[in-house]
Design a protein around this ligand. Sequence first.
Ligand SMILES: Cc1ncc(COP(=O)(O)O)c(C=O)c1O
Length: 352
Amino acid sequence: MAPSETINHSHDCEKYADGVDWDELGFGLIRTDYMYTMKCTDGENFSHGHLSPFGNIELCPSAGILNYGQGLFEGLKAIRTEDSRIMLFRPKENALRMKMGAERMCMPSPSVEQFVDAVKRTVLANKRWVPPPRKGGLYLRPLLMGSGSNLGLGPAREYTFLIFASPTGNYHKGRAALNLYVEHKIHRATPGGTGGVKSVTNYSPVYQSQKEARGKGFSDVLFLDSVTGKNIEEISAANIFILKGNVISTPTLIYGTILAGVTRKSIIDIALDFGYQVEERMIPVEDLLEAEEAFCTGTAVVVNPIGAVTYRDKRVEYKTGEGALCQKLYETLTGIQTGRLEDKKGWTLEIN
Ligand SMILES: Cc1ncc(COP(=O)(O)O)c(C=O)c1O
């Protein structure tokens, strides 16, 4: 154990952190007690991570992450069940996605076991920040970055894997139905680029579209493929599904332009169990406009209804609310995540 890894147990870890309004959790950062750090130099493997008090980190101004965006992030949640157990949802999937992204970004990555162990340790050290049942989850943000200094363009010589945590509630307040703008001028990803991995470089380029759309009263933007501009891909940080009849469709991952969401994968399985036909395919905007329902999925948004989309000057509305499939999928997914429903698929990992 590293010298800095002395967890202060003077507070009762079973008690909740003071000063948090658990009923009003949104998606902003709430600083928790500890973060996890593990470093390695290029050509070596990660080993000996440690917990330390949450705080700022020091980087050389010429660090690879700051200059050339050599970095990835992940996102997953620890959820407290009604009987106060703490569960992670498919953390190995996040570990594997980070490994895949690390290869694309020429970085070493922690092994799946190291990743999951680090997540567990971060949650346990911040246990009092895991929200009460049904109030939200402790969001874990693993980062992998080129932290070594480098002036010339090329992979860094030192890497840092870091996890911090923050209690979060609804990403979109009250799971309000989204009013999406279909972005037809700016693109998020190109085939052969990094759209399919969780590179930090994929995110700030969407701010301009988001800002313009939000300025016009939309909740978020839906991106189109950059080759033809005719097919829907994904929302800035969530995957999309549409429903028509008994068929649920979601954009295919084969072009490497869409993030393979862990929630997306889980919703496909649940929808198949419900008896729906699920298609992963190219989805022309016209199919979106003719769908009966549309919803998006992600760790932060969970399964969120889409109430309306606007494409150029055409606006269409979708079914939302109690009778909608989206609600049924949400209840089932969160039922498994919170221990309310039996986890027949072995998706949850209890950690206390
Ligand atoms: C671009 C993008 N698409 C989709 C998702 C949903 O992925 P997941 O369900 O693994 O959270 C995310 C969030 O992580 C994302 O950033």
